[in-house]
Design a protein. Sequence first.
Length: 252
Amino acid sequence: MPFAVNGGVHIYYEVQGSGPPLVLLHGLSDTMEGLRENGLAAALAPSRRLILIDARGHGRSDKPHDPGAYDLALRVADVLAVLDAESIRTSGYYGYSMGGVIGYGLAAYAPDRLSSLVVGGAHPYASSTEFFRQIFAAGLKAWLAVLQQAAGPLPETAAARIMENDLDALRASIANDRQAVFPKTPELPFPVRLMAADGDPVFALIRQFATEAGARFFPLKGFNHFSAYVRPQDQVPVILGAGAFVPSGAES
């Protein structure tokens, strides 16, 4: 099985499809299988060489229990280790929620390795992770209940993935509040497209960053943070760069 190693941490990844490389990174408590199950990988594989990664703490990657092991710079280095293992110098990137934050980290720490950045459901500003700490304190069943209340009944396979998580690793990954990714508004030298569900509490912050950074902004109408992740059909043309342009200051 393909693993890349970053500082002794093994990161599991798989490659499928053909075309320009595109990293796909999932959200908190999911794995690359979620991006297959929701149809995103199948929709993108005909025109992109997909590099699907299980983030550290998730899936078949190593699961440290030390909160310090989830520093953003280390998570970025995980992605770079995978690209290096595949001899890929630059790649497009798509990440949702937690995966989107890691994408911002790549833009901050290794912008020369990106050819494009597409982020859904995430902003780069400082934020508290107290909500997640409280939920994970109650256990994985409590987290699954939150997801199913927001996104509707999940497939049995998805629910099983949630319940198979290493709870101590998840707790470590959100033990510390998130720091701002960029010390000041960046000038990013590649196309940047940001998406936000209009029912997502962070919608306004994502739109704000799009305005500040000169990125393209795409509102996902009729979704919340979690339902947009499990039903990403509206995101495919944006990821491929074919979505209709929406000015970053536009109202949803």
